[in-house]
Design a protein around this ligand. Structure first.
Ligand code: AMP
Length: 362
């Protein structure tokens, strides 16, 4: 018999608006908001010889997150899911306050997944760690400024490339919160999505350089039917921006096709990708404001899979990563009855995606 228990700590004060779990009647999971109780629970599992896989998330769970938890359940007795919107990875002008918080729906999703896992006889999702910001940042309030004050983990130069150029505090925040989560949970394995390729590279580097005793597992990107990478932020895309947002994936696929055909040169591959984004841009530009969805390309990259430095050619022994980011701009005019995203398509939405070009000479 499984124990059905919720353990909630007292220290619930937070520095930032945070959707506190209001419904804790879902008794299927151990829910912790504080560290000592979680540690006690974890220690007992260790004594019982049970392995733990940790899936760190910021909530607003979707099938991408579920695929991480599913894989974790195939390799561990117990899956811990952390749900925490980490303030230090949001720049001062970014969408921390409006980041979707969907606690009840998240619990429903995890419950459904766990029911599925119960049938398969593999590991189970047993535990949710949903800490407060005071718990995660016990000394100083979380700081998103640069250089900022506080205890941070910085992984350079990786954190300054690609996403880091537009989001200078992002990976400092990610590495810092993951270090905290890894120290708290002490999981045998931690699970990250390929969708955030730079994050996977940085976490692997952090684990290696700080000799952390956990194995990093990377899970393939979960996509919508048309190929759009699933993301918690996709809810901000109404029908019009959603349709155009697929351009990033199409651009990367075009570049990949050159690799599949034997091309190895950067210019050749990225030219194909730019061709796709330029065409879509021109097409949208030619439409009326009430019909178009404009976007900006932040970068299209061909980089080394470990250093993430841009490469002129794909090294056949190392392979490479094709990646990109676009910013879907707010709609200029909306039509009566149009299907809009959360927030009425008034905020810009950053979309990222990547394709790994596997080594061909191994
Ligand atoms: P987030 O809640 O967005 O911070 O994501 C938590 C974890 O889920 C990260 O490791 C992400 O890379 C992973 N993830 C997000 N979207 C996807 C996806 N579409 N496919 C696979 N993993 C994903």
């Amino acid at each position: 018999m499984r124990t059905f228990r919720s353990i909630l700590g007292q220290g619930n004060s937070c520095y930032y608006k945070y959707a506190k779990p209001t419904v804790i009647s879902f008794r299927e999971f151990h829910v912790f908001r504080d560290i000592p109780e979680l540690r006690k629970h974890r220690r007992q599992l260790l004594l019982d010889g049970k392995s733990v896989g940790l899936v760190p998330t910021m909530g607003a769970l979707h099938e991408g997150h579920m695929s991480l938890a599913r894989q974790a359940a195939t390799e561990n007795d117990e899956v811990f899911v952390s749900i925490y919107v980490n303030p230090t990875q949001f720049g001062l002008n970014e969408d921390l306050d409006s980041y979707p918080k969907t606690w009840d729906a998240d619990i429903r999703r995890l419950t459904k997944l766990d029911e599925e896992l119960a049938q398969s006889g593999k590991g189970r999702v047993t535990t949710i760690f949903a800490p407060t910001t005071k718990t995660m940042y016990p000394t100083l309030p979380p700081d998103s400024s640069l250089p900022g004050t506080g205890s941070f983990v910085t992984i350079t130069p990786l954190a300054n490339l690609l996403e880091g150029k537009s989001r200078p505090v992002f990976f400092r925040g990610v590495a810092t919160v993951c270090m905290k989560l890894f120290n708290i949970v002490q999981a045998e394995r931690v699970y990250f999505g390929q969708k955030d390729v730079q994050q996977t590279v940085i976490i692997k580097r952090m684990v290696k350089d700080f000799h952390l005793d956990t194995a990093v597992r990377i899970v393939p990107t979960e996509r919508e039917k048309d190929g759009l990478a699933m993301s918690s932020r996709n809810v901000y895309l109404g029908q019009r921006r959603r349709k155009v947002g697929i351009v990033l994936h199409q651009a990367l696929r075009a570049a990949e096709s050159a690799y599949v055909m034997g091309g190895r040169g950067r210019d050749e591959m990225l030219a194909l990708a730019w061709d796709v984004t330029n065409k879509m841009s021109e097409q949208q530009d030619g439409l009326a404001a009430s019909e178009r969805a404009m976007f900006e390309v932040d970068y299209l990259s061909l980089a080394d899979p470990e250093t993430l430095e841009e490469v002129p050619m794909v090294d056949e022994q190392r392979g490479a990563v094709l990646s990109g980011a676009i910013k879907m701009l707010p709609l200029e005019a909306v039509n009566h009855g149009e299907i809009l995203g959360l927030g009425g398509d008034k905020v810009a939405v950053r979309l990222i995606d990547n394709i790994v070009l596997q080594p061909t000479d191994t």
